[in-house]
Design a protein around this ligand. Structure first.
Ligand SMILES: Cc1ncc(COP(=O)(O)O)c(C=O)c1O
Length: 398
């Protein structure tokens, strides 16, 4: 991994801000912003189609960079405008029959769960929600019990936006593979935060967003579709660029994941996201994931030592040198309303966020939580920033 000073000098905003909102939208490194701006200028000079043509290689790098990040073939990658769009495209392409079951976890991302609910209502499907165990991770025994022959899909959020937990995706993948059940992984918070190897995880489909731990532009996302399941899926929409139109009444789908793409897209953003994915790969995901985990643990430890602060990341042990199931997302509350604390920090140019119970109903209702605070660290953050953040929290609640 590059030395932190270099990573920070690549990230100009570090000089101005203390950014602990990487789970919301991280800070772009300079090469990403430069790539986006250069392409926009090219569009200004040449015209949109001509700029895309002139920069075609940069557009193609999207597929090779994500293949390297996820350990798959570039033909298994597609560009989408955000993770939710990709996730829904895949969900809607699965040929469900009435009565089929979908298994998900209590930490599933809110919009994912709502989409499942909508689909279940319109197609007569059944959703089984598996609780978490005491560690905050999905209960693998209960999951295994639920995986009977009615189950068509397991949909799991790898790292939830509302807790620091990393769910055991590879164990879930193994259970699904043994039973030949489709496995859709939401890697929105894990892409760029932790090592993602689709072969090790054995997921059939995976979706993610550009702006979070990958540090790409807003309005960008990606998905992975295992080549062997491509023809089993039935895309809900047909776009000229996704097919070959062979005869008046006959077309054939592209033989790769790009059959889910649309011709018109944010080309500059796609190029920027390709640079962000390559930046993550070049920076060594194993090392950067370890740094994020270490900083997350340190932040939890220091926050926990402040009177009035409660940490909500399940299974956190302050005395431990590390909690291997927890990542860079730290959730906590103080005697102040969560929003008041966030606003007080923001006046000092300290970015964090608020998790609202109404957006995390499944998990927060079960755990009896209201709105709480979230601080999410990245590898370019430092221990000095953690100390400054904790001082600011302490002063805000004094
Ligand atoms: C775990 C998780 N999944 C999905 C999403 C949705 O991503 P997008 O906003 O790119 O659609 C988010 C966004 O916060 C998320 O945290």
């Amino acid at each position: 991994m590059k030395p932190v000073e270099l990573l920070r000098s690549d990230t100009p905003a570090c000089r101005e801000l203390l950014h602990f909102n990487n789970a919301g939208s991280s800070l772009q490194p300079r090469p990403v912003t430069d790539a986006v701006l250069q392409h926009l200028l090219l569009e200004q000079r040449l015209g949109g189609y001509e700029a895309a043509q002139a920069n075609a290689e940069a557009g193609q790098q999207f597929y090779t960079a994500f293949a390297a990040l996820l350990n798959c073939n570039p033909r298994e990658i597609a560009y989408v405008e955000n993770a939710s769009r990709g996730w829904n495209l895949l969900l809607q392409a699965i040929p469900f029959d009435a009565g089929d079951h979908i298994v998900t976890g209590v930490s599933e991302y809110a919009s994912n769960y709502l989409s499942l609910l909508h689909l279940a209502k319109t197609k007569g499907l059944v959703i089984d929600v598996i609780p978490n165990s005491a560690s905050g991770q999905i209960d693998l025994e209960k999951l295994e019990d639920a995986l009977d022959d009615k189950v068509r899909l397991v949909a799991l959020t790898h790292i939830p936006s509302q807790s620091g937990v990393i769910h055991p995706a590879a164990e879930v993948g193994r259970l699904c593979q043994q039973r030949r059940i489709l496995f859709l992984l939401d890697a929105c918070q894990s892409a760029g935060q932790t090592v993602l190897d689709v072969n090790e995880i054995q997921c059939d489909m995976l979706t993610g967003s550009g702006r979070k731990y990958l540090r790409g532009p807003r309005g960008t996302g990606f998905m992975y579709v295992r080549h062997s399941i491509l023809d089993f899926l039935k895309p809900a929409t047909v776009d000229l660029s996704a097919i070959s139109w062979l005869q008046r009444n006959h077309f054939e789908w592209r033989d790769d994941a790009r059959r889910f793409e649309l011709f018109e897209h944010y080309v500059a953003g796609k190029i920027g996201l390709a640079v962000a994915a390559q930046y993550a790969v070049d920076n060594n995901m194993i090392e950067s994931a370890a740094v994020i985990q270490r900083l997350g643990h340190r932040l939890r430890q220091q926050l926990a030592s402040i009177v009035g602060v409660r940490i909500h990341d399940s299974g956190f042990i302050a005395e431990a040198s590390q909690c291997s199931h927890l990542g860079g997302i730290v959730t906590f509350n103080t005697p102040l309303p969560a929003e008041t604390l966030q606003q007080r920090l923001q006046t000092q140019r300290i970015n964090s966020s608020v998790l609202r119970q109404r957006n995390t109903r499944l998990e927060f209702e079960d755990r009896g939580l209201g709105d709480i605070n979230r601080a999410s660290v990245h590898y370019f953050n430092t221990e000095t920033e953690i100390a400054r953040f904790c001082d600011a929290v302490e002063q805000a609640i004094a």
